[in-house]
Ligand binder design. Structure first.
Ligand code: UT7
Length: 375
């Protein structure tokens, strides 16, 4: 089965334009360096740096779950957008490390930030999760079914990392990134998205234990099935090919070339993958925002954390065309092109703006009505 990217038109006839109006991110305090790892396993800073580009990663505290990281990123995004939690109509959390199977991590975030008007659910597309969730939310906001969505990519990969497998444990870290989206008339916002999946390759990157295929037993624990397993070399090849494919598809739909792109936010898995992509797309590394040296691969959190840092550092300027691209377990891949605009004061709404809360509730009712018409 050859995955064909599903591309979404650059100017959809049925959708209004949708923009990111605020971003936020959170990295846990504890930093684990390559030197720290070399003290406890058979590895070296030199091996990890030359093979991946990673120097250190953040590790969540034992009592910090994915929703704790996500809620902090959400609060920061709300502050940047000038919105209150009750302005949110929808929360989607992309993650492979939910707090529990259920309730959803998005529901935990809702409770933590007090987003009482939001419909909340999780989405699982591994490292492509944030871009898949962004596109899902865009469909709701773009259709007018809702006004405001919070999209989060959050993962506590340290919870599913096999610290006895040096081939994988040096690669990953924990973190969360968030984006708030709304329609902004006259602003292009998200220009085009391309997404693809190839279920035939799922076995190359998976966590086999704990689900309905291998429910948790003493034996599954003994067999270390509750840890992430990866065939690194095969994943590497897929990563380069699939990200190129979705990036080209998104550019095509937008009638753009790489020359039109000012900044690239790639999935932060491996510097060698990013360089290979840059070479094949013919775009210089100066356009790429890189933080994997400080964060490692944080799965669904990698892109939104990098996006937030790049915006706050001024790497992404007002009016810039940004290309985000990811690949991950499933397999999945996604690319999103957008025009970045700073949030404008006129868009900001006070938490005490009663009329806004009323609009939000009305939207929620409309959303329920539309949904009930489906069955
Ligand atoms: O979000 C999706 C995430 N996944 C990825 O992006 C991963 C994509 N794959 C990769 O990034 C690379 O395949 C890795 C970084 C995981 C591995 O790099 P590689 O160049 O493919 O190395 P390898 O797996 O072929 O291993 C080469 C050698 C082996 O030793 P021998 O058999 O040649 O003697 C490994 O045992 O390196 C050894 N090795 C290590 N040595 C020191 C594996 N891990 C380590 C380590 N420290 N941590």
């Amino acid at each position: 089965m050859k995955a064909k990217p599903v591309a979404h038109e650059s100017v959809p006839k049925t959708l209004r334009s949708v923009s990111i109006i605020g971003t936020g991110s959170y990295l846990p305090k504890r930093v684990l360096t390559n030197a720290d790892l070399a003290k406890v396993m058979d590895t070296t800073d030199e091996w990890i740096t030359t093979r991946t580009g990673i120097k250190e990663r953040h590790i969540a505290a034992a009592d910090q779950a994915t929703s704790d990281l996500a809620a902090e990123a959400a609060r920061r995004a709300l502050r940047q957008a000038g919105l209150a939690a009750e302005d949110l109509d929808m929360i989607i959390v992309a993650t492979v490390t939910p707090d529990m199977f259920f309730p959803s991590t998005a529901c935990f975030v809702q409770k933590a930030i007090g987003a009482g008007n939001a419909v909340c659910f999780d989405l699982e597309a591994a490292c492509s999760g944030f871009l898949f969730a962004l596109e899902t939310a865009r469909q709701y906001v773009g259709s007018g079914a809702i006004t405001t969505a919070l999209v989060i990519g959050a993962d506590k990969l340290s919870a599913i990392t096999d610290w006895e497998d040096r081939a994988t444990c040096v690669l990953f870290g924990d973190g969360a990134g968030a984006a708030i989206i709304r329609s902004r008339p006259g602003v292009r916002g998200i220009i085009a998205t391309a997404m693809a999946s190839d279920g035939n390759l799922g076995h190359l990157l998976s966590m086999p234990g704990g689900g309905s295929r291998n429910p948790a037993t003493a034996q599954t624990v003994k067999d270390r099935l509750h840890f992430l397993k990866m065939a690194g070399k095969e994943v590497f090849k897929y990563a380069v090919g699939s990200m190129l494919s979705v990036a080209k598809e998104a550019l095509k739909k937008a009638n753009m070339t790489m020359a039109d792109v000012d900044c690239v936010i790639p999935h932060q898995a491996n510097m060698r993958i990013i360089r290979a992509i840059g070479e094949r797309l013919g775009s210089p590394m100066e356009k790429y925002y890189i933080n994997l040296d400080r964060t490692g691969n944080m799965s669904a959190a990698s892109i939104p954390v990098a996006l937030d840092e790049a915006v706050r550092a001024g790497f992404i300027k007002h009016g810039a065309i940004v290309l985000m691209m990811a690949f991950g377990g499933g397999f999945t891949s996604g690319a999103t092109l957008l025009e970045w605009r700073k949030p404008e004061p006129s868009q900001r709404v006070s938490a005490k703006d009663v009329s806004r809360v009323r609009v939000s509730n009305a939207q929620k009712r409309r959303f329920s009505t539309n949904a009930s018409n489906l069955w």
